[in-house]
Design a protein around this ligand. Structure first.
Ligand SMILES: Cc1cc2nc3c(=O)[nH]c(=O)nc-3n(C[C@H](O)[C@H](O)[C@H](O)COP(=O)(O)OP(=O)(O)OC[C@H]3O[C@@H](n4cnc5c(N)ncnc54)[C@H](O)[C@@H]3O)c2cc1C
Length: 394
């Protein structure tokens, strides 16, 4: 065993409990909103760099090479790792985005508390009129001396109920085309003028929110990137989101062996139709594993590419088939157990086709950036935002 692997194993053994053989797969926060276990895990790893090995040492990481990051991941497989869902925006999206666009003092302020579990972040992108067409967002940021005043509404904010900060996109200039008038900020959700209101999801999740901004003030020091750089910041964040959703969207959730166990427990394991469907899931899961490996290799060479979109489409479809088969095996029992894990997963599955960019949008990305198909017609690219149809209503 090489020195690095031996060190990682010893550090993990000193800080975490071994993984139990019967440990169940993550449900990605679905239905639980469990902060305690994930915070405990990050606290336990604090100071080791092992929670975010690729990050620089100064910001809570290890400066690890991609191969060494792989070693940390594989060694973690032997230990109890809870569902890190509450922290994923910080760990997987905001962290890498700040490393790409943040100033050194911003990284020093925000990254260590993400790595050690002290501060949770959310993503304040979507609005009632801007989801797939994110660049059409209408929340306004107006410069006021050393501060910005922000007014507008965000929606579908996962983790908004308990996040301390949000990566916010707001429009600072309506006189330029929509992609160019956006600036990114870190918004303190405890600031005056920020009203976080709960939205409950059908799977029981209670961390979902809408966020109203009424003259909320943000120091210019909390602007991320240059004024007008918001779209670049957003694209970085979204590329990591698609990359993360290859693992986070479904990867931790899909465990065909559990479905086989369920089929056995329900007395259906020798039903040829069920066996055929299980075999199909095994094949599709394997194929997805290979595609994920390819996407990871590309990501190692830089930031995640459009492969993440292909993965997300495939993962969403696979996860829906997986949970639908579980519901079929359980029959009426699936509906009768509102706290049952399978029911939660079944009710979570449709959202995977929407969150982080819908299946249709991912298909557009694959069509244009992987297959080289002609771009879909976009008539609003060059027009100033305030001359777009409907702009006066926003
Ligand atoms: C569980 C969950 C968690 C989420 N968490 C967050 C979060 O933390 N932060 C955040 O900012 N947002 C979050 N979102 C919002 C998510 O990013 C948006 O819902 C998504 O981008 C779609 O936007 P929309 O809902 O406005 O749908 P719309 O954009 O209005 O789309 C409606 C339908 O039209 C289709 N469509 C739209 N444009 C095109 C096109 N050009 N070509 C083909 N079809 C098209 C879409 O695919 C969709 O089927 C979350 C959503 C969900 C479901």
């Amino acid at each position: 065993m090489d020195d690095f692997r031996a060190w990682v194993r010893a550090e993990l053994a000193a800080r975490l409990s071994p993984r139990r053989a019967d440990a169940h797969t993550s449900v990605l926060g679905a239905g639980s909103d469990d902060l305690v276990a994930s915070r405990g895990y990050l606290h336990a790893l604090a100071g080791s760099g092992l929670a975010v090995p690729s990050w620089p040492k100064d910001y809570g990481g290890l400066d690890a090479t991609p191969d060494n990051v792989g070693i940390v991941r594989s060694e973690l497989g032997g230990f109890a790792v809870p569902d890190l869902y509450p922290y994923l925006v910080g760990l997987e999206l905001v962290g890498p985005t700040l490393l790409a666009h943040g100033r050194a003092e911003q990284c020093a302020r925000w990254l260590p508390p993400i790595a050690n579990g002290e501060e949770i972040w959310c993503q304040l992108f979507s609005e009632p009129g801007a989801g797939s067409d994110l660049a059409g967002l209408a929340t306004r940021a107006t410069r006021d001396g050393d501060e910005w005043r922000v007014n507008g509404q965000k929606v579908w904010t996962s983790r908004g109920a308990y996040a301390r900060f949000g990566l916010l996109l707001a429009r600072h200039d309506v006189s330029v085309p929509k992609h160019r008038g956006i600036t990114a900020f870190a918004l303190d959700l405890r600031a005056d003028g920020v009203d976080v209101r709960p939205l409950r999801q059908m799977n029981g999740d209670a961390h979902f929110t809408e966020v109203f901004l009424d003259d909320a003030r943000i120091a210019d020091a909390d602007r991320i990137g240059e004024v007008g750089d918001g779209w670049r910041v957003a694209l970085t964040c979204l590329s990591y989101e698609r990359g993360a959703s290859t693992a986070g969207g479904t990867g931790g959730l899909l465990d065909v062996d559990r479905l086989v166990e369920l089929a056995r427990a329900r007395g259906c394991a020798s039903d040829p139709v069920i066996r055929g469907e299980l075999a199909r899931l095994v094949i599709d899961t394997r194929v997805m594993g290979y595609t994920a490996r390819r996407a990871r290799d590309t990501a190692r060479a830089g930031r995640p590419g459009p492969e993440g979109s292909g993965m997300k489409i495939r993962g969403a479809a696979l996860f829906k088939s997986y949970t639908a088969l579980a519901a079929r095996l359980l029959g009426a029992d699936a509906a009768l157990d509102p706290h049952g894990e399978w029911q939660t997963l079944f009710l979570t599955a449709p959202s995977i086709s929407i969150r982080g960019g819908t299946d249709e949008i991912q298909r557009n990305i694959v069509g244009e950036r992987v297959l080289g198909l002609p771009e879909e017609p976009r008539v609003d690219r060059a027009l100033p935002f305030d001359q777009l149809p409907g702009a006066s209503a926003r």
